[in-house]
Design a protein around this ligand. Structure first.
Ligand code: ATP
Ligand code: MG
Length: 686
């Protein structure tokens, strides 16, 4: 849309300012992220080596994109060594390099949310998944506030929280024994490292000459402290070398512990902070921007901001009312096709369909598929993220590489096979001490001294089973044999029963089992040499189950990429942050959905404000056109209920932009006009 290398005066000021802490506080699409990439180039030009420049983004995808942008500005060689990452991957790096100072072995395992749930369920001896999830949630919030279980216990307000704090203590013990960390630890442990280990503190304070943080409004308390651990140099002349950019109106992770306090704290804790506002929006038309500004005006202004655009009014923002989810999806698909029909240069990837909750994606996926419109679901759960598929992949990964500790941990505990956490904890300690993988430790001669004969027996049995399965997987080829092998394996480990034992409802268990069977078929087909690609199915050589397992990790990483392809994007509002598309369709804009409200929820003012910020984020993703669709009837569980348009639609004040016409009258008028037009366009129908 614009020449890539230009900056306006305010952006330039932020880029040129290298003397100390700098905060760019500005609205959506004003070029905050652009400031970061250009500032990286400026810092290199000023002589800072690439590895001494850290840029912190909110998602891995944003990190990849930032590196690409940096590459085009400074060349591939310099871009390669830049420390561009999320807070979490920076945390991984810090722990791999220095975690030993906290007693963590170098190849510690990282548990994902499902793994964590399993450990928590176990720690609390709990069979009720929803209770375990609540514990998981509470524990995570505590960790994000920097609490350990002792502080959590002190802070607990009621019996429920006290129980959660107790579970947290057991959970902490287990993680330590397993030599494993969870996602929250990836921030809190590095923080512990730079606050309690003098050598690490010194190292990391001097590691980076400048730290840049995008989407600063969504950092939580622990991340803020970690940032300080990187920039709070005792030497005044080296202190506070960072640039943070953010927009308080786009803070949408309050529920995960992000806090606006971090914005307020900055000027207090860094009195020399230079604050630079940006006012010109380069992304959207004025019509879209006006709607966004109107909506966000409903929230109290913490940091008042102006935002204007030079792109002209463009097309008006449109509101469409739909009869139900299917109708809404039909309309969206029709819109995409209609807009594309106006200009052959318009790509599928110019469109995004954005929604508040993941389950809303389903109708769109089905309709897009039926219309053969390529799409990808971003920020939602892809097939490969489902717990049952990850279980099976962990097993397959273990067959490929017995030293993959996270895979081992998952496989040895899923399904349960009488190998308890004490045993695994001891095995973890043992492997940490002898610097072997956990699987290798199974057969170590000195292991029996650490464990009971019974435990050793179970471990050996597991180890032998894996070795045996590995042999079979290596030697079994062809679709049918592969399928038989896999079904036999699932039977051996009792996987179907495991699903019924751990899932709350039979229906859910059955649906998960059917995912498993889909997965088995998918692997089997590949063993038969069948590969389906765009344009048809191809036959190639037969493969062994192990060969296919080896490619699974590659396929998983492919599933994450694919951005380059021409696909409509389906995304949650949360995952759309920082991104932009020429054409955006914001769907399910109904009371209860956006603002989202759980049935039993008393919606607080703060919650409503966060929902309003989400709406603001959604609107401001659009560059040229924005359609907001709302449901007259919507599904709720098995029922259909009347749909009420979201209050945010009225708040956009669309009717006031031009004529002052009432939206209902306007809708009537437009319908009449449309009917007249189509009557004129279809003269000889009979
Ligand atoms: P968000 O708040 O949504 O993260 P942002 O403030 O980070 O937005 P950017 O994504 O950096 O904004 O920029 C928005 C769009 O405007 C991008 O397409 C960017 O290339 C363009 N842009 C930014 N600054 C300029 C400029 N000075 N001249 C031309 N285009 C610009
Ligand atoms: Mg941005």
């Amino acid at each position: 849309m614009n020449a890539p290398a230009t900056l306006n005066a305010a952006q330039m000021e932020a880029v040129q300012y290298l003397h100390g802490p700098c905060l760019v506080l500005a609205g959506a699409g004003s070029g905050k992220t652009r400031v970061i990439t250009h500032k990286i180039a400026r810092l290199l030009q000023a002589g800072l080596p690439p590895k001494r420049i850290a840029a912190i983004t909110f998602t891995n995808k944003a990190a990849l994109e930032m590196r690409e942008r940096a590459k085009s500005l400074v060349g591939a060689r310099a871009a390669k060594d830049l420390a561009i990452s999320t807070f979490h991957s920076l945390g991984v790096r810090m722990l791999r390099e220095d975690g030993e100072q906290l007693g963590l072995k170098q190849n510690f395992s990282i548990l994902d949310a499902d793994d964590v749930l399993g450990v928590i369920r176990d720690a609390g001896s709990c069979t009720d998944n929803s209770l375990a999830r609540r514990w998981q949630w509470t524990i995570s919030l505590w960790k994000n506030q920097g609490f350990d279980s002792a502080r959590a216990m002190a802070a607990a307000q009621n019996d429920d929280e006290r129980v959660a704090a107790k579970v947290m203590a057991l959970y902490e013990e287990r993680l330590a024994a397993y030599q494993a960390v969870d996602f929250d630890d990836l921030i809190s442990l590095p923080l512990k490292l730079v606050t309690t280990c003098p050598a690490a503190q010194e190292k990391w304070l001097n590691q980076f000459g400048h730290v840049l943080v995008d989407e600063y409004q969504d950092t939580n308390a622990v991340q803020y402290e970690l940032l300080k651990g990187l920039v709070n140099h005792p030497d005044e002349s080296k202190r506070g070398m960072f640039t943070a950019v953010g927009d308080d109106d786009q803070s949408i992770y309050g529920w995960r512990g992000a806090t606006i306090e971090n914005l307020k704290k900055l000027p207090q804790e860094f009195p020399s902070l230079k604050v630079i506002p940006l006012e010109q929006n380069y992304r959207s038309t004025s019509a879209i921007l006006r709607a966004a500004n109107e909506v966000i005006a409903g929230n109290p202004k913490i940091f008042p901001k102006k935002l204007w655009s030079e792109h002209g009014d463009g097309e008006p923002v449109r509101v469409v009312e739909c009869d139900g989810e299917e109708h809404e999806a039909d309309r969206a698909v029709a819109r995409i096709q209609a807009v594309r029909a106006t200009d052959p240069r318009i790509k599928f990837s110019d469109f995004a369909i954005l929604y508040r909750a993941n389950h809303l994606a389903r109708a769109f996926e089905q309709k897009l598929r039926a219309a053969q419109v390529p799409y990808k679901v971003s920020g939602g759960q892809s097939f490969f993220d489902k717990a049952e598929i990850k279980d099976l992949c962990a097993w397959l990964r273990l067959l490929v590489n017995q030293d993959d500790d996270p895979a081992f941990l998952r496989a040895v505990t899923t399904p349960k096979r009488g190998i308890g956490h004490t045993t695994i904890g001891k095995l973890g300690e043992f492997s940490g001490k002898w610097k072997t993988s956990m699987f290798e430790a199974l057969f170590a001669e000195s292991l029996p001294s650490a464990l009971s004969a019974k435990a050793i027996g179970s471990l050996h049995e597991f180890g032998r089973y894996v070795n045996d399965l590995e042999y079979k997987a290596r030697t079994t080829t062809g679709a049918e044999d592969a399928k038989a092998l896999m079904l036999g394996w699932l039977k051996d480990i009792g996987y179907e029963q495991h699903l019924y034992d751990t899932e709350d409802s039979e229906k859910l268990a059955a649906s998960r089992w059917s995912n498993v069977l889909d997965f088995v078929d998918w692997v089997a087909k590949r063993c038969g040499g069948e590969i389906t690609q765009e344009g048809g199915t191809f036959e190639s050589e037969k493969k062994s189950v192990l060969d296919v397992a080896q490619t699974i990790s590659v396929i998983l990483s492919l599933a994450e990429r694919g951005d380059e392809q021409d696909q409509v994007v389906l995304s949650t509002l949360h995952a759309s942050k920082g991104l932009e598309w020429p054409h955006v369709i914001l769907v399910g804009v109904n009371e209860g959905l956006l603002p989202f409200k759980a049935d039993d929820e008393e919606m607080s003012v703060e919650r409503l404000e966060e929902e309003r910020r989400l709406m603001y984020v959604g609107i401001t993703r659009a560059q040229k056109t924005l359609v907001v669709s709302t449901l007259r009837r919507r599904k709720k569980g098995r029922d259909t209920v009347a749909g009420i348009p979201s209050r945010f639609i009225a708040e956009m004040k669309l009717n006031q932009a031009g004529s002052g016409e009432d939206p209902k009258d306007r809708l009537k008028r437009l319908r009449a006009e449309l009917a007249a037009k189509s009557a004129a366009a279809a003269p000889a129908a009979e």
